[in-house]
Write a protein that binds this ligand. Sequence first.
Ligand code: C5P
Length: 300
Amino acid sequence: MTLTVRAPAKINLHLGVGAPREDGFHPLTSVYQAVGLYDDLTVRDSDGWSVDVTVADWMDRDHVPLAGDNIVDRAAALLAAHHGTAMLGDVHIEKAIPVAGGMAGGSADAAAALVALDRLWEAGTSDDDLLALAAQLGSDVPFALVGGSALGTGRGEIVQPVEDAGTWWWVLVPSPIGLSTPEIYRHFDRLSPEAPSTPPMPEELLAALANGDADALAAALHNDLQPAALDLRPDLARLIEAGEAAGALRGVVTGSGPTCVFLHDSADAARATAGELGAKHDVVLVTNGAVAGAHTVSYV
Ligand code: C5P
């Protein structure tokens, strides 16, 4: 059997971050949106276990973790242990989600691996169990399973779909140099000693999403990690300014950065901004959301 599961990148429309918990993680109130930029993970029957990775032509192969320290190995080991089965399969990952970009590319791979291996091993894992295994693998992995637009609470792993009446057009500008998520959270702690224990609910943003109102959504986009990311990478502030000057309704850092995302109310408007930003940035992508979570795209 050979099957391919596709999993989307996420952006954060809202990322509210609180003071660190006892376990070191930060309480989050996050609004995620899955966007049309994907990693594809193909699994085949095998007598052993292997993982290999190819990357989109615009990505730097050197920045992708190799088999062995890949989150896909951890996902497979966890699923195999859950069912008491052997960890067998040849896995091929085709990456197009920027690595260390704040877009949950590793989490997408983990979610895709859970869905694909569950099917390859005919394990019949329940949705609840898949979500619980996903949460053990990383805070963003459950969302990569669910997709769409969703509210994330806890450390981000408790995911609940939210109403979304819009088609949102995004220009994404990844950076050739990634940012370390733990480092950004540590810098947030230094910059925000008064952070609350529970970050507040982004009511205006949720209403804008439900109403499909692009101007209201633009005004409500917010990321508590952005000051930390801009402090470590002042070039991102200039990029956001340039995107907004080029016509974006709004630009923000997504997740822990450094990818910046720019909202538009039409594909044409997004393409116009991308054209201008493309003069100075090697990689400028146009996509839309919300799209589905990890799903099977081919099966033979
Ligand atoms: O859960 P995940 O493995 O994606 O988290 C990566 C790192 O990001 C954690 O080790 C932690 O430093 C930071 N993090 C955090 N609070 C969260 C999510 C992630 O501090 N809610």
